[in-house]
Design a protein around this ligand. Structure first.
Ligand code: HEM
Length: 742
């Protein structure tokens, strides 16, 4: 679908004169060449300036260009353009009627002979498939990955050799606990699953946005998941860990301590999928041509930095726009603001395996970046939305066991269990053993073996032979040696007794939880205390609350005391603060990249605004990569003093302060008495959420009245250039934690 040249149309579009394309693309809607998605500044015949972000009929053909990459070209064979075509049954029979079933008389019963009715209803009856048992709610996009330099010294994986090669990828982001229709902004871990369609087969890096996990052994995964899913007796609460069973699990499985610290931190309420890190979590192996292996951990670092919501905001967005994260990703890609992540690897040589104060195979441990640096090795760009969410996002099947030569597993007991679980669950979710044939799951390289038949088989395997070894087909398909590209498992020496045990080296559950706490800045610590207080405040069992406070006293007595105080239980018995001073600055989001790019600013505008100056500010914001959205008390044209007109695409009713990164009170008068009250509410809420607030001209009055002048991150000014510069800086700074809340 996106196989179209970015299209810049200057001229009349349905009576609207397109003056200038601000950024991004126009493209067809639902394969209809007459529609294009515009994100542009346009001027219509009346000279009205409009910030346009919608489908417009363009009445011209856009030239189709060949698929962007191999995966795109492969998918093209399966796309169907239905618009403009005669309607048929699935058997290809043209239909003459689709509104009335076949009846015996106009008021008579429907006849079973009506094959069209039967086919249509039957298909509809079977439209749903089971949602994923975890990570049910997700959203995905296509893109490409390119390595910066050859990784030959470490791995023979072909897609990591040549900087000129672009490997197609498909990436699905998800929440873990909620069902498919739950809200995006809940407190949860986010899945970050990447499928690389390499020339050697599919490689799946099925990670999360948090680098550790709750448990150390896969056998506990069903228990963990049962504890955080809605409680079985009343199916409450949806997509939340703030309930008794989750915290009961935590206090009785103390290996979860480190992960719970991350889960209570702002990492669990990301601002955007585009502003999240990703982690492979487990320790994997790189293996090079010579067969030499090293341990490796994978990281995705977002170019826009790592940013989060605040809890009050996250909860409100869940109601105002439950699709907040998927909308953000979809729109960014549609606008041409392609999200990018750099791939980083931490590597430890085999001989150094035991040189750390943690077990490098323990999935509840990070390798602190200060001890094992992250080497940045490539970049991933997401540049195309899916054509069909069910066919692609829902039917994609990731599996940590999908590897290519040069990448291998370790004995991490969580990883080992995952290697079983994914295919097993997909067999039922996707209805049989042939889901690898679904277009989204197909590798871009050929595949041949003796597997046959099963539900939904599409491949027509030609020939007599479907077994190995054979002589009738000259013993083909044949296996390949490692030199010929055949996958050969790394020959790790293993010996031991059969035991059901935890390794002693996995027993330290608190050192890295403390490391995480020590690495947080003051606002981050406060948020963690508030998150614990919220979550445990929702727990009914006093004994679980008390146990949780006692457990986290092993991390910090300050934390435990503050939480105990908030939730009404006793302070921890152990009043001594743990003695560990180590910290890892890389863990704090306060040290992340700060950029204004793609930040959304709500521009509150009334009529008679200062036309030329506000237009200059809006233009300046756009030039800095910020996305202004005009909000007024009614949708449509808002006219400035000099006749400049902006189109308000949002109103106080359709929008809300929490949906923006910053608010700009640009001035003007509202058309209703509620204008002032609504504007004040937007500004107040943005203020309480520590966001940048700008005001110019008569917009400054709002800030004066609310007593918000001279506060951190509040910018006012009369000179458009100077104001824009300062406001953009305040937007880039993200949150202004040193603000005095009122
Ligand atoms: C023993 C531990 C685990 C088990 C048994 C397990 C099992 C599962 C299962 C059954 C699914 C649903 C798959 C589907 O229906 O297609 C799933 C999805 C997923 N899991 Fe795990 N998981 C485990 C741990 C983890 C960990 C540690 C991570 C992160 C490193 C992770 C990341 C994901 C992601 C990202 C998805 C969603 C994939 C998608 O977008 O389709 N899981 N997991």
């Amino acid at each position: 679908m996106a196989n179209f040249k970015p299209y810049i149309h200057r001229g009349n579009i349905e009576g609207v004169y397109v003056k200038e394309l601000i950024k991004g693309c126009t493209k067809r809607r639902n394969n209809d060449l007459r529609f294009a998605f515009l994100f542009c500044r346009v001027r219509n015949e009346r000279g009205v300036m409009i910030l346009c972000k919608e489908w417009r009929q363009i009445g011209v053909n856009i030239e189709r260009k060949p698929g962007q990459n191999e995966k795109d070209r492969q998918l093209e064979q399966f796309r169907s353009i239905d618009e403009g075509k005669p309607m048929t049954t699935n058997e290809g029979l043209k239909l003459s009627e689709d509104e009335f079933s076949l009846k015996a008389g106009e008021r008579g019963p429907t006849l079973i002979e009506d094959f069209h009715f039967r086919e249509k209803i039957t298909h509809f009856d079977h439209e749903r498939i089971p949602e994923r048992v975890v990570h049910a709610r997700g959203y995905a996009a296509h893109g490409e990955f390119q390595v910066y330099e050859s990784m030959k010294p470490y791995t023979k994986a072909k897609f990591l050799q040549n900087p000129a090669v672009k490997t197609p990828v498909f990436v699905r982001f998800s929440t873990v606990a909620g069902s498919r229709g739950s809200a995006d902004t809940v407190r949860d871990v986010r899945g970050f699953a990447v499928k690389f369609y390499t020339e050697e087969g599919n490689y799946d890096l099925v990670g999360n946005n948090i680098p550790v996990f709750f448990i150390q052994d896969a056998i506990k995964f069903p228990d963990l998941v049962h504890s955080f899913k809605p409680e079985p007796h009343n199916e409450i609460p949806q997509a939340q860990t703030a309930h008794d069973t989750f915290w009961d699990f935590v206090v009785n499985n103390q290996e979860s301590a480190h992960m719970v610290m991350w889960h209570m931190s702002d990492r669990a309420i990301p601002r955007s999928f585009r502003m999240m890190e990703g982690f492979g979590v487990h320790t994997f192996r790189f293996v090079n041509e010579e067969g030499k292996a090293c341990f490796v951990k994978f990281h995705w670092k977002p170019k826009l930095g790592v940013h989060s919501l605040v809890w009050d905001e996250a909860q409100k967005i869940a109601g105002k726009d439950p699709d907040f994260h998927r909308r953000d990703l979809y729109e960014a890609i549609e606008m041409g603001n392609y999200p990018e992540w750099e791939l980083g690897v931490q590597m430890i040589q085999e001989e150094d395996e035991f040189n750390f104060d943690f077990d490098i195979l323990d999935p509840t441990k990070i390798w602190p970046e200060e001890e094992v640096p992250v080497k940045i090795i490539g970049k991933m760009t997401l540049n195309r939305n899916v054509d069909n969410v069910f066919a692609e996002t829902e039917q994609v099947a990731f599996h940590p066991g999908n590897v290519v030569p040069g990448i291998d597993f370790t004995n991490d007991p969580l990883l080992q269990g995952r290697l079983f679980s994914y295919t097993d669950t997909q067999l039922i979710r996707l209805g049989g053993p042939n889901f690898h044939e679904l277009p989204i799951n197909r590798p871009v390289c050929p595949f041949h073996n003796n597997q046959r038949d099963g539900y939904g088989r599409q491949t027509i395997n030609v020939g007599q032979v479907s077994y190995h070894r054979n002589s009738l087909a000259n013993n083909t398909p044949s296996v390949s040696s490692a030199q010929e590209g055949g996958y050969a498992h790394y020959q790790e020496k293993v010996e031991g007794r059969k035991v059901r045990n935890r390794s002693k080296s996995f027993e330290d559950h608190f050192s890295q939880a403390i490391l995480f706490w020590n690495s947080m800045g003051e606002p981050e610590k406060q948020h963690i205390i508030q998150a614990f207080s919220f979550e445990l405040g929702k727990v009914k069992s006093k004994s679980i609350k008390q146990k949780a406070v006692d457990m986290f006293a092993n991390v910090s007595t300050n934390l435990a005391n503050a939480v105990a105080n908030a939730i009404g239980v006793n302070p921890p018995e152990n009043a001594e603060d743990p003695k560990l001073e180590k910290s890892s600055p890389a863990l704090s989001m306060l040290n992340t990249v700060m950029l204004p790019d793609t930040r959304k600013v709500g521009v509150i505008l009334g009529s008679q605004f200062n036309g030329p100056k506000v237009a200059a500010v809006v233009k300046g914001l756009q030039a800095a990569g910020v996305l202004p959205v005009i909000i007024s008390d009614k949708a449509g044209d808002v006219k400035g003093t000099d006749g400049t007109i902006f189109e308000a695409t949002e109103t106080f009713l359709t929008s809300c302060s929490v949906l923006f990164d910053a608010i700009y009170a640009a001035g003007g008068q509202g058309s209703t008495p509620a204008f002032e009250k609504n504007a004040a509410q937007f500004i107040h809420e943005a203020f309480m959420h520590y966001k940048a607030i700008g005001a110019t001209f008569d917009g400054v009055v709002f800030l004066e009245k609310a007593n918000l002048l001279n506060q951190a991150g509040v910018v006012t000014g009369e000179d458009p250039r100077q104001f824009t510069e300062e406001f953009v800086k305040a937007i880039a700074a993200d949150r202004h934690w040193d603000r005095r809340l009122i």
